[in-house]
Design a protein around this ligand. Structure first.
Ligand code: GDP
Length: 181
């Protein structure tokens, strides 16, 4: 069964996004406090694909040991990644590109792992500011990448971007049916 992994810095809005995509408010736990999603969870969607909820990275308030454990889970998952089709890297649309996110994308690229960017919390910015932030991201990414990775603009609180992400996943699933690896 194809898998799609969701990952990002703690508090980026991953649980809320997963709940929006799955339309089940209580599926992934959300909290105002970072650090709640700690293990890898697989959610079967439409009996067609797995949504893989990976631990957050970049916690400010956890010990070095905990950070290492999270890192181990993440790298173990990506090392195996037998069924992984695409990783979705979540970034908060309001922030400047953060070194930790750029490094993580670099890691995915170096390991040949396809990924997309999901900009979260778009409701917090006006449309022109959204464009500006995405352009800013593009400029920074183009310093190391040949092109801007595919990206989505979402807001879990305003239900924005859900169909775009789900349709993209469907299209990738369809491609695999048409042309299995
Ligand atoms: P996680 O740690 O990445 O799983 O983040 P959560 O989903 O728990 O969200 C962290 C905080 O951001 C919570 O207070 C959420 O209510 C808030 N949040 C998440 N998504 C959105 C969004 O799209 N818009 C707004 N305004 N707040 C959001």
């Amino acid at each position: 069964m194809p898998e799609y992994a969701f990952i990002g810095r703690s508090n980026v809005g991953k649980s809320s996004l997963i709940n929006m995509l799955t339309s089940r408010k209580s599926l992934a736990k959300t909290s105002g406090r970072p650090g709640k999603t700690q293990l890898i969870n697989h959610f079967l969607i439409n009996k067609e694909w797995y949504l893989v909820d990976l631990p957050g990275y970049g916690y400010a308030k956890v010990s070095k040991t905990t950070k290492k454990v999270f890192q181990k889970f993440i790298t173990q998952y990506f090392n195996l990644r037998e069924q992984l089709v695409c990783a979705f890297v979540l970034v908060d649309i309001r922030h400047e590109p953060q070194p930790i996110d750029l490094e993580f994308m670099q890691y995915l690229g170096e390991n040949g792992i396809p990924f997309c960017i999901i900009f979260t919390k778009a409701d917090k910015l006006k449309p022109h500011a959204i464009d500006m932030h995405v352009e800013n991201y593009r400029t920074v990414l183009l310093e190391t990448w040949e092109e801007m990775p595919k990206h989505f603009i979402t807001s879990s609180s305003k239900d924005i971007g859900k169909e775009d992400v789900l349709e993209y996943i469907d299209s990738l699933n369809q491609n695999m049916v048409d042309a299995p690896l």
